[in-house]
Design a protein around this ligand. Structure first.
Ligand code: 6PG
Length: 235
């Protein structure tokens, strides 16, 4: 089931949805397993969540993707979440599963993370995703090899456009989640969002089109600026 929600209370709604899904998972299964998004958009969400009441000791954190950098790099998705969410909430580091980018090769980093997902999080309660203005999500970039990965839970992915390795969960993992929330805002992504949601199905060029949870719920959480070119959703 796919829902498109257009709101200018973007981060407040994102916070509410996160807490709602978390409480449901904890009530039903005693824990909440979430994959955090990277990039800049989620930063404000994590800051708001750090002030919310939740059984945080029952939350298990993964990351949808990571850059090929040390954890103290300004580029690190782990560093951003650690500073905005984990440290303020004093999250037990045993409940945080980060990509161990210190491993000797990108392949080893990805194999290690795949093993962790397969053993601890075969089905995520929630996966948060961003979308780039090229239509990528997580680190699943246009025309990259990882788009076609169907067996592994997580892979290393060479990103030609950035001349660098990235680490990413695969669409197999994403589409097996109970809930997926895309967090997309800002006028600069309005054109690509219109193409992804209302244009021709061209998944190699627009990887975000491959996010289709098999049994889970998909929510596109959008602000009014990014949604302004949409014709079949909203006002
Ligand atoms: C990353 C992300 C990536 C991000 C989009 C949007 O590691 O950069 O996971 O997929 O979500 O590029 O990034 P912004 O939120 O910064 O626009």
């Amino acid at each position: 089931m796919t829902e498109v929600l257009i709101t200018n209370d973007f981060f407040e709604i994102a916070t509410e949805k996160f807490i709602e899904i978390a409480n449901e998972a904890i009530a039903e299964r005693g824990k909440f397993i979430v994959a955090l998004a990277g990039g800049s958009t989620p930063k404000e969400l994590y800051k708001l969540l750090a002030n919310k009441n939740l059984a945080w000791e029952k939350v298990i954190f993964f990351f949808g993707d990571e850059r090929n950098v040390p954890i103290d790099s300004v580029e690190s998705n782990f560093k951003m979440a650690n500073e905005t969410l984990f440290l303020p909430l004093k999250i037990n580091h045993n409940n945080i599963y980060r990509w161990q980018t210190e491993h000797e090769t990108p392949k080893k980093v990805a194999e290690d993370y795949s093993e962790k997902i397969n053993s601890i999080a075969p089905t995520f309660d929630l996966i948060l995703l961003g979308m780039g203005n090229d239509g990528h999500t997580a680190s699943l970039f246009p025309y990259s090899i990882a788009l076609g990965e169907t067996d592994k839970a997580a892979v290393e992915n060479w990103v030609e456009q950035q001349n660098s390795w990235r680490f990413t969960i695969t669409f197999t993992t994403i589409n097996n989640a109970r809930n997926v929330i895309f967090l997309v805002k800002g006028e600069d992504k309005a054109k690509i969002l219109h193409e992804v949601l209302e244009g021709e199905f061209r998944p190699k060029r627009l990887p975000s089109q491959l996010v289709k949870p098999e049994n889970g719920k998909l929510l596109w959480l959008l602000d009014e600026n990014v949604a302004k070119l949409l014709t079949t959703y909203g006002n």
